[in-house]
Design a protein around this ligand. Structure first.
Ligand SMILES: [Zn+2]
Length: 278
């Protein structure tokens, strides 16, 4: 099953998110009062050529971030994250480079609903859009804006189908949901980075491709069990342990949404090896 990596701009966050911080006070201090930014990282989404139809995982960033009022003027948002994208880097242009159009896509799975993962939704009204029920309910609630979700930017038609993980265990994940009839594309709940974050498992060619979204920034932080979270959070710690165990126990390739190395891992089918990562 062919999987394509599409880059829509770049993003950076505070360094402690990439390398961890000792405690919640340190995290909050570095978030709010320092300018210790990490490196600029890519923002990826993924196209899966499945026989039942094209599946897009996440939709990338949009150049609308530069429109007045699209992002908040002040507050913690701009202390936590910065994004960059040119209009010609958006989803339709990245698809065109590999010979596809947005109208070719049948299904969209969102790992979560932060802006750099849903910016391309505007092009995908015709699709079956899938998101975790927990994530959608948080993003739609009054708490949404305070948690980095901007409902006013969603397309007016946006009414996703909500995932509740009704298909039982998958490996050491307690619950899962099959997306395709052949059972080869599965979503599992991976809460932590966001309350209803989910990851996608694609079983083909004798290994599993894990599209991990923002669970960790790369394989190395997975090995060290450093989740991508703003503030310490128990769910994230448990999730990163579960995913780490899964990729150690099954032949997997592990792809994060913001890992410069992800296209190489994908192109060379680099199966995750515990001992090979520093
Ligand atoms: Zn995110």
């Amino acid at each position: 099953m062919k999987i394509h990596c599409l880059q829509t701009g770049t993003v950076r966050c505070k360094q402690f998110q990439l390398t961890g911080a000792s405690n919640i006070i340190s995290r909050f201090y570095q978030l709010a009062f320092t300018d210790k930014w990490g490196e600029w990282m890519p923002t990826y989404c993924w196209l899966i050529e499945h026989q039942e139809g094209l599946i897009l995982v996440d939709t990338g960033e949009t150049a609308k971030i530069y429109d007045k009022g699209y992002l908040p003027d002040g507050g913690l948002y701009h202390k936590a994250v910065e994004t960059r994208i040119k209009p010609e880097e958006e989803l339709p242009h990245q698809l065109a480079k590999i010979g596809f159009k947005t109208k070719d896509i049948k299904t969209v799975i969102l790992t979560h609903m932060h802006g750099d993962h849903i910016g391309g939704l505007v092009h995908l009204e015709h699709c079956n859009i899938l998101v975790s029920k927990t994530e959608y309910e948080m993003a739609s609630s009054k708490k949404g804006a305070g948690n980095g979700y901007f409902q006013k930017n969603w397309p007016t038609w946006f009414q996703p189908n909500l995932i509740t993980y009704s298909d039982g265990a998958e490996g050491n994940f307690a619950s899962s949901q099959k997306i395709t009839e052949d059972g080869k594309v599965i979503v599992v709940p991976t809460p932590g980075h966001s309350i209803g974050h989910q990851s996608i498992l694609i079983k083909a060619e004798g290994y599993t491709t894990v599209l991990a979204g923002d669970l960790t920034y790369n394989e190395s932080t997975l090995k060290q069990e450093i989740p991508d979270v703003l503030l310490n959070n128990k769910a994230a710690k448990q999730t990163v342990k579960t995913v780490h165990q899964y990729v150690k126990s099954n032949p997997c390739i592990y792809l994060s949404s913001h890992d410069w190395n992800a296209p190489n891992i994908l192109a060379d089918t680099k199966i995750y090896k515990e001992e090979a990562i520093a």
